[in-house]
Design a protein around this ligand. Structure first.
Ligand SMILES: *Cc1c(COP(=O)(O)O)cnc(C)c1O
Length: 371
């Protein structure tokens, strides 16, 4: 007979998921209720309101998609991009590449702005792309590139899009709750995030937010959204309608309890205090890593505090080190992706993982492995 699964106890310092606080796990173990129960509808309203706090937005259409961050990404593209629409896509890592893939599959016409992996998106290249393509409808970029640890200047990029009358789609999966995200201050039209990074909930939910301009664009589409599940016109009746909710799909009830608890914890700490904690913990980790002679991949100005990419020292078998960290120290850190595979490590300080005891454990284990 197969016995119940008991997971090992790990310290999660990779690119996500991050450590989930016991409070969030306890919340998820509360009794399941129906998804149209008035008590659940009240929980949905509270989640929407706390997500507006986290996104720094007044957008009424702000809610968690019942699926991981990749589904939030896809929801933005399938709703805002119609066949033939021109989209300027910035690609400076894995996730910009996935945005491009979304543009292609929605029948959009991509205009690619490439930057080196590890560098932020260059606003001048985006200006040039708009100058050459004044008819571009959307600008899409990743705020915090988890594959490299680089943060782009979202305020400047969004402003360029506005100057050209284009909509902005922003990936803030890794930034939300970790570094400043200001949807309204920057004028972002569509944003998506994930529950398992700096919000420190379990994976599987994707907070999204859409401006009125984005909603107007979606409601005046020439063609139906090709994805039934992600069609916002249909999802709206479930998450948004004032009185009666209509069945669209069954929301994952218990994970919603977890997200609610994670957001309550963020409210208790204060969003700006959470940003400051990520920054302070990054400084502490950086001092320890540099003390060991390890070097960062990303220039200081564009470095994400919650995702520390470092070069693997010459002659070190990076996979063997990660295996030892996991097996001997129960510590998970991330490997490099794509071109950076085998060359870098990615150490996450996301959400509940951004605390002193994790940094101490990580530095101690790395010292033991690197000698
Ligand atoms: C993790 C991540 C995603 C995808 O989220 P999933 O929950 O894994 O689907 C998208 N974009 C960025 C920048 C990410 O870090």
């Amino acid at each position: 007979m197969t016995v119940p699964f008991i997971p090992p106890r790990r310290t999660l310092m990779g690119p996500g998921p991050s450590d989930v606080p016991q409070r969030v796990l306890d919340a998820m173990a509360r009794p399941t209720i129906g998804h149209l129960d008035p008590a659940f509808v009240e929980l949905m309203e509270q989640i929407k309101s706390m997500l507006r706090m986290a996104f720094r937005t007044e957008n009424s259409l702000t809610f968690p998609v019942s699926a991981p961050g990749s589904a939030g990404m896809e929801m933005c593209f399938v709703n805002l991009v119609e066949p033939g629409d021109k989209v300027i896509v910035c690609r400076n890592g894995v996730f910009g590449g996935r945005m491009l893939e979304n543009v292609k599959r929605t029948g959009g016409v991509p205009v690619i702005v490439d930057d080196a992996w590890g560098a932020p998106v260059d606003p001048n290249k985006v200006r040039e792309a708009f100058a050459a393509n004044p008819d571009a409808k959307v600008l899409a970029f990743v705020h915090a590139e988890t594959s490299t640890g680089a943060q782009s200047d979202a305020a400047t990029l969004a402003k360029i899009a506005q100057e050209h009358g284009a909509l902005t789609i922003m990936d803030c999966v890794t930034s939300l709750g970790g570094t400043p995200v200001r949807l309204d201050g920057w004028g972002i039209d569509a944003a998506y995030s994930g529950s398992q990074k700096c919000l420190s909930c379990t994976p599987g939910l994707s907070p999204v937010s859409f401006s009125q301009r984005a909603i107007d664009t979606i409601q005046s589409r020439r063609t139906p959204v090709q994805s039934w599940f992600l069609d916002l016109n249909l999802v709206l009746g479930y998450w948004q309608s004032a009185g009666k909710r209509t069945y669209h799909h069954t929301a994952p009830i218990n994970p919603m309890y977890g997200l609610h608890e994670a957001l309550v914890m963020l409210e208790e700490e204060g969003l700006e205090n959470a940003w400051a904690r990520h920054r302070a913990m990054h400084e502490t980790l950086k001092a320890g890593l540099e003390d060991m002679g390890l070097r960062y991949v990303v220039d200081e100005a564009a470095r994400l505090p919650q995702l520390n990419s470092i070069h693997v020292p010459a002659g070190v078998d990076e996979a063997a080190v990660r295996a030892r960290l996991l097996n001997e120290f129960n510590l998970e850190i991330g490997a490099g992706l794509g071109d950076m595979s085998g060359k870098i490590w990615r150490i996450g300080l996301m959400g509940h993982s951004a605390r002193q005891e994790n940094i101490d454990a990580c530095l101690h284990a790395l010292r033991a492995c690197l000698g």
